[in-house]
Write a new protein. Structure first.
Length: 105
């Protein structure tokens, strides 16, 4: 069976280094905004839980494990975003020093 063809799509993408850097920085910012939304939702969940008077110890422990898992995932994501940002800064510095000049310029 052959692969289906998709007409009228040009697979060549031509971006300058500056455009690439801006796109990567924008993606980092959007991921950070997503993480802040998740953190806010976890806070809301805890707040609703605290205001509930019908809570047993098992429920508290289950909530704690749930929040811990979410926060652990967020910390891992933050570490990856930090590495991505550091790589962008190195790439940008190399571009400015003309070690790797942009062929479009």
């Amino acid at each position: 069976m052959s692969m289906p063809g998709i007409p009228d799509i040009n697979p060549l993408i031509s971006l300058t280094r500056k455009e690439v850097i801006h796109m990567i920085l924008a993606s980092i910012a959007m991921e950070e905004m997503g993480l802040s939304s998740i953190l806010y939702a976890e806070g809301e969940k805890i707040q609703r839980f605290v205001n509930d008077e019908d809570v047993c110890l098992q429920d508290i422990l289950q909530l704690n494990r749930s929040v811990e898992r979410v926060l652990r995932g967020m910390v891992n994501n933050q570490i990856l975003l930090q590495h991505k940002l550091e790589d962008v800064l190195i790439f940008e510095e190399q571009s400015r020093s003309n070690r790797y000049p942009d062929p479009e310029s």
